[in-house]
Ligand binder design. Structure first.
Ligand SMILES: *[C@@H]1O[C@H](CO)[C@@H](O)[C@H](O)[C@H]1NC(C)=O
Length: 254
């Protein structure tokens, strides 16, 4: 927005006081001038929601699953919940036959379903029976929920490829059509981020509803779990250090 060419005539004109106002405004808005209170201005949505697609996966504890996908370029929103079972209105302490799941809203122009599948396979042990890592139980089973024949075909191909890597054990992952996804209670959303009040503060202490829809919160949730790619982790580290040095403006984007 610098208009060097037109600056001098403006300076000499009777609009001089207006220019001063503009300069003052720029200085006040600049993070370099010091302390700024967190405000709650919401971020603009990265893409119109009609062009977004949704994918649902189960791969162990949903706290971690959400963090696995939240930092990926093209992922706009993440939500944890319950899916794959028949119990109506499951809750964390009584989820019945459902699996802990993550719902991912993504921009298919930036990241494809195929790429999400790759992340799914590389982020958990699909051969572990009745659990994932230290988490034991049916709720931690591995599932790809599909919507339509194209997704279920891609899912099957990716599973065959995964099984072909080694025949010594069975890939336990199920592929099933998505029925209902029940969002989990608020305290389970962005769980990793909520464990780090400092990081929550850094992005402006978003109210719960906004936190759940925020792309930045999804990314910072991954960062908190150290599940962003190493390069991105370092970038965010640097931004945070910069903010601390300058005195608490708000982290808006990464
Ligand atoms: C399934 O896909 C269709 C478009 O292919 C979409 O309109 C619909 O909302 C999707 N359903 C779910 C549950 O994501």
């Amino acid at each position: 927005m610098t208009r060097r060419g037109s600056l001098l005539p403006v300076f000499l004109s009777h609009h001089f006081s207006l220019l001063l106002l503009i300069v003052a405004g720029v200085l006040i808005a600049s993070p370099a001038t010091g302390i700024r209170l967190p405000d709650r201005k919401s971020e603009p949505p990265p893409a119109p929601s009609y062009s977004l697609k949704t994918a649902v996966f189960a791969l162990g504890s949903f706290w971690r699953s959400e963090a696995v996908f939240g930092c990926l370029n093209g992922v706009v929103r993440t939500t944890v919940g319950y899916s794959g079972g028949s119990k109506p209105n499951p809750e964390y302490r009584s989820l019945g036959d459902h699996a802990e799941s993550v719902q991912i809203e993504y921009d298919p122009k930036v990241i494809s379903y195929r790429q999400l599948l790759e992340v799914f396979w590389s982020s958990h042990d699909s051969r572990q029976v009745f659990g994932q890592g230290p988490d034991v139980g049916n709720q931690y089973r591995s599932i790809i929920f599909t919507n339509g024949t194209s997704e279920s075909r891609l899912a099957s191909i990716s599973k065959e490829r995964e099984q072909a890597k080694s025949k010594s054990s069975i890939v336990t992952t199920q592929i099933q059509p998505l029925e209902t996804f029940y969002p989990a209670e608020p305290e389970h959303q962005k769980f990793e981020l909520k464990r780090r009040p400092f990081l929550q503060h850094l992005i402006g202490n978003l109210p719960e509803e906004e936190l759940q829809r925020s792309t930045l919160a999804a990314r910072m949730n991954s960062y908190a779990a150290e599940l962003c790619p190493p390069r991105i982790q370092r970038q965010i580290d640097a931004k945070i250090n910069d903010i601390i040095r300058k005195g608490w403006p708000v982290l808006r984007d990464i």
